[in-house]
Design a protein around this ligand. Structure first.
Ligand SMILES: [Fe+2]
Length: 341
């Protein structure tokens, strides 16, 4: 097999500097059904417009998920949006070949957006100038009445205080990451990493061919500042996959109890569990994957790793994706049925 290796990737000031992942765009054939799912998943509604709902978490972003009614009845992923680090970085993004700049005037928080259409029919967006939400001091919760520090065997800091919870959805803080399975892997990875500050945290190579890199988890390089271990992962599609598809999108929740209470809530409401609750190896997140009302895989995560410019990229053979949790479903890597993009 010829070499299919990811070249060394580092950030430099000539690239557009992105500050964080912000939101995703999806189309659903049944918007009411998705609205039901979103409520049980732990999204809040930021704004309900005609055939379009903006869902938010409790973080700074005015919304984390934009759901629009699909005109042709097919559910579809229309790309992630990242926040540019400054007006200047936004201008840089808008001068990249193929950029289309638009006003986000009518969306909550306003701002501007630049959209790129990729040759594999996917989209990538950069936003700037959105008005950020004012966050509450304490994390809001639909499940936690009272929670103190954890009492461990040798150290019990919670004295005379009780842990009290009740059933409810796992409230979402923010969008954490998304991932693509890509036939034109090398070309797409080159576009993203030569134009923006995506840097691999981990690279995984094929179990039989050490000269074929098959997956990378990327973070945004923010210099000294720490950022999530991955906000974007890209997987080399197997030869039978002809078209790029989104593997899943993932949203942060507060803690392990929130995960388990949220899991029970979604199960009780009749939604389909995909995989979880478990603990990932790379990124360390406690994960829980579900299928939304259109069939897309969607994840709650908590307790993920953060990295900065001093943490080197690691390269290893593909290994188990969880350290504990249920066995990974055989079709976990496959495209969800009926979904597009
Ligand atoms: Fe994930």
């Amino acid at each position: 097999m010829p070499d299919m290796l990811i070249p060394p990737i580092t950030n430099d000031p000539s690239k557009v500097q992105l500050a964080r992942i912000s939101h995703v765009y999806f189309e659903h054939h049944d918007l009411d059904k998705f609205r039901e799912f979103a409520k049980d998943f732990g999204f809040a509604e930021a704004e309900v417009a005609k055939d379009c709902i903006y869902f938010r978490g409790y973080g700074v972003d005015p919304y984390v998920y934009v759901a629009t009614k699909s005109k042709d009845g097919k559910p579809r992923f229309l790309g992630p949006a990242f926040v540019a680090a400054s007006e200047e970085e936004f201008q840089k993004a808008s001068s990249i070949k193929g950029a289309k700049v638009m006003d986000l005037g009518s969306a909550p928080g306003g701002g501007k957006i630049v959209t790129f259409s990729r040759p594999d029919d996917t989209f990538f967006h950069v936003v700037y100038g959105q008005e950020e939400r004012v966050m509450s001091k304490e994390e809001p919760s639909a499940t936690h009445e009272q929670q103190g520090a954890f009492n461990k065997p040798f150290n019990k800091p919670r004295l005379g205080k009780f842990q009290r919870y009740h059933p409810g959805p796992a409230l979402v803080h923010k969008l954490g990451h998304f991932g693509y399975v890509v036939p034109e892997f090398d070309q797409e990875l080159e576009w993203y990493t030569s134009n923006f500050n995506f840097v691999p945290s981990d690279i995984l190579y094929h179990w039989d061919f050490s000269n074929i890199d098959v997956l990378t988890f990327m973070h945004l390089d923010l210099g000294e500042e720490y950022s999530d271990h991955h906000c974007f992962f890209m997987q080399r599609a197997e030869p039978h996959v002809k078209k790029t598809f989104v593997h899943h999108t993932s949203y942060e929740v507060a803690d392990f109890d929130t995960q388990l209470l949220g899991h029970d809530w979604l199960a009780k409401k009749g939604w389909e569990s995909v995989w979880g609750v478990g603990r990932h190896v790379l990124g360390s997140q406690i994960f829980d994957y579900w299928r939304d009302s259109s069939g897309f895989k969607i994840e709650h995560y908590t307790d993920g790793d953060v990295v900065n410019t001093h943490i080197p990229t690691k390269r290893d053979v593909v290994g188990p994706f969880s350290v504990w949790g249920p066995e990974v479903p055989k079709d976990f890597g496959d495209k969800s049925l009926e979904t597009t993009g």
